[in-house]
Design a protein around this ligand. Structure first.
Ligand SMILES: *Cc1c(COP(=O)(O)O)cnc(C)c1O
Length: 403
């Protein structure tokens, strides 16, 4: 078999369906967020990023940069080992304490990424709990799906954000088995929000544990940035809150927060925690600075919500079709993969606006979109330019407008 020929055919399939991924090659400019230099076809241009998950621009915040510089100067580049074998730095411990404090839990546990945190925690729980059945929201992120798949626990999928369906499925399961409900707070592609209180009511009624991914909410919601569960006064009811340090917190890494016993079990049995080198101390130091900063600065969250609301309002006035979103995420609907890529290409090449096309399998076919993430650092004139550019592209490509 000619393996390279086989691989080339697999890639041709993706290209035929308009879902071959092309990465924008960027140099983000510290101090000038959301500006970046974009490398394309041998030339370099300055552009404005409209699709960053560095939702608040914390990745360039002076507090974080100085914490990171200081930690590098003190401790060097890498952690030097797994957490168990010489790799636990003082900053890892401080960060875990801060995260537990943020979520009001007894403990927290740090991972190399949010993906690894979900994968490891869910697969460990699913394998360890006796006869475990995991109830999973239909729109859950890949990292949770991989965790559930890996442990081979029975999985039952409830309709997206549908507590009644969850109730039904839980009712059909033998009450002697362990049950775990896995869901997200803010869903990252539609920007809709789970009814956390109702889901907790049902889980409690059936004696099930709850696992909430707050990746798109930590730093962003609740008076101290602990997420939607904090905003809705539900945090104490969840067995596990999972988050990332890579999105609103602007660095990298993932974590879970929960009881001391639960975190100790994942620490002691979770392969993705045990067998992987600890994150660099400088990463932990920067993440710690970010969490501390955002706990004290609610005004940045207020400004973030205002920017998102302004973009949504301006898009509605311009008849650019959007999906209804309850959060800071603004999905602009194109509905066809090739045109979605084309719209993105024209925005970048001719308007200096970077927004990545989102196609299947990240979103269902027919709902291909441009996912805008306004930040507190996008100015009024950035928004004006965005709306004018989208109108021009919509006209030129004859894309569907809102009725
Ligand atoms: C991005 C994401 C993750 C993974 O987090 P990383 O820190 O980027 O690995 C987990 N869950 C959801 C819902 C995400 O969008």
């Amino acid at each position: 078999m000619d393996h390279d020929h086989f691989f080339a055919e697999k890639i041709a399939e993706l290209k035929g369906e308009g879902r071959y991924r092309v990465f924008a090659e960027l140099e983000r400019i510290a101090g000038r967020f959301p500006r970046a230099r974009s490398h394309r076809d041998g030339s370099v241009e300055e552009i404005t990023v409209w699709c960053s998950n560095d939702y608040l621009g914390m990745g360039q915040h002076p507090d974080l940069l100085s914490a990171m510089h200081e930690a590098i100067d003190k401790y060097g580049a890498g952690a030097g080992g797994t957490r168990n074998i010489s790799g636990t730095n003082h900053y890892h411990v401080l960060l875990e304490r801060e995260l537990a404090d943020l979520h009001g839990t007894e403990a927290a546990l740090l991972f190399g990424s949010g993906w690894v945190a979900n994968m490891t925690a869910l697969s460990t729980l699913g394998a360890m709990l006796p006869e475990c059945v995991i109830f999973s929201d239909a729109m859950n992120h890949n990292s949770m799906i991989e965790g559930m798949r890996h442990c081979q626990a029975e999985k039952r999928i409830f309709r997206h954000n549908d507590p009644r369906h969850l109730d039904e499925l839980l009712g059909e399961t033998d009450a002697s088995r362990s049950r775990l409900v896995a869901f997200e707070s803010v869903y990252s592609m539609d920007g809709d929000i789970a009814p956390i209180g109702e889901i907790c009511d049902i889980a409690e009624r059936h004696g099930a544990m709850t696992f909430l991914d707050e990746v798109h909410a930590v730093g962003l919601y609740g008076p101290t940035g602990a997420g939607i569960a904090e905003r809705e006064g539900q945090a104490h009811r969840l067995s596990v809150i999972q988050g990332t340090l890579a999105k609103a917190f602007g660095v990298v890494g993932g974590y879970i927060a929960g009881s001391a016993a639960l975190c100790d079990v994942i620490r002691s049995y979770g392969s993705g925690f045990i067998f992987s080198t600890a994150p660099p101390p400088a990463v932990a130091a920067a993440a710690l600075a970010s969490v501390r900063y955002l706990r004290r600065h609610d005004e940045i969250r207020v400004r973030h919500q205002e920017r998102a609301a302004t973009v949504k309002k301006r898009l509605a006035e311009a008849a650019i079709p959007t999906l209804p979103s309850d959060s800071h995420i603004v999905p602009v609907l194109v509905g066809e993969p090739h045109r979605c890529r084309e719209a993105s290409d024209v925005l970048l090449a001719e308007h200096g606006i970077y927004v990545q096309p989102i196609n299947y399998p990240t979103v269902p076919r027919g709902t291909e979109r441009l996912r805008l993430t306004p930040t507190p650092l996008h100015s009024d004139s950035d928004i004006d330019h965005l709306i004018e550019s989208l109108c021009s592209v919509w006209k030129r490509l004859a894309l569907r407008t809102a009725a």
